[in-house]
Design a protein around this ligand. Structure first.
Ligand code: GRF
Length: 191
């Protein structure tokens, strides 16, 4: 079984789907959910599912390196072998990314390489995109730039707002991320 850590900053709806999927013949199991803020609604959801949680508050550290060292200590304590970023809103330094090279993935709410960064739904609307979606990618030192492992496409509909499009993309994320993680771990474990 591969021990999977999930990093969150907010509601954790993607984390919930990943935890729910890691059962039965799935090659992975959640070992810890880490949040950079105690305000993350996902912490209570993880605890309710029996997953250990820890808060490493980025504001409690003098700089990014100290914050990441504290996070890395928790990941090692939990025996994490793979890291899933799921709505984790802190940019990670190349040093931290290097520690997890090839073993850290992220979900981004756009069809990469289009719309890296924030406010992806509004930007898709502003660009007149007829399609939107989500991408799961390996995390590399450059933000939202690593090899894409899987994508889910949704139509942009007339009258869409960032909220209506975002909700449609999020529902697609909830199907995409578990499927990609399952396949990713199968490949890691040589199945
Ligand atoms: C999702 O839109 C995801 O693509 C982005 O942040 C949001 C996370 O939502 N990275 P949740 O915390 O998983 O509900």
């Amino acid at each position: 079984m591969i021990r999977v850590a999930i990093l969150i900053s907010g509601g954790g709806s993607n984390m919930v789907r990943l935890v729910e999927d890691m059962a039965g013949d799935h090659p992975g199991r959640p070992c810890v959910v880490v949040s950079n803020t105690a305000a993350a609604g996902g912490l209570a959801k993880a605890a309710a599912m029996g997953v250990p949680t820890v808060v490493v508050d980025h504001r409690a550290y003098p700089d990014r390196a100290a914050f990441e060292a504290a996070m890395q200590a928790e990941l090692r304590r939990a025996g994490a072998e793979v890291v899933c970023l799921a709505g984790f809103m802190r940019v990670l330094t190349p040093d931290f990314v290097a520690l997890w090279e090839g073993r850290m993935i992220n979900i981004h709410p756009s069809l990469l390489p289009r719309h890296k960064g924030l406010h992806t739904h509004q930007r898709a609307l502003d660009a007149g995109d007829t399609e939107a979606g989500a991408s799961v990618h390996l995390v590399t030192a450059t933000l939202d730039d690593g090899p894409v492992l899987g994508q889910a496409r949704v139509p942009v509909l007339p009258g869409d707002t960032a909220d209506t499009l975002g909700a449609r993309v999020l529902a697609a994320e909830h199907r995409l991320y578990p499927a990609v993680l399952r396949q990713f771990l199968r490949e890691l474990s040589g199945v």
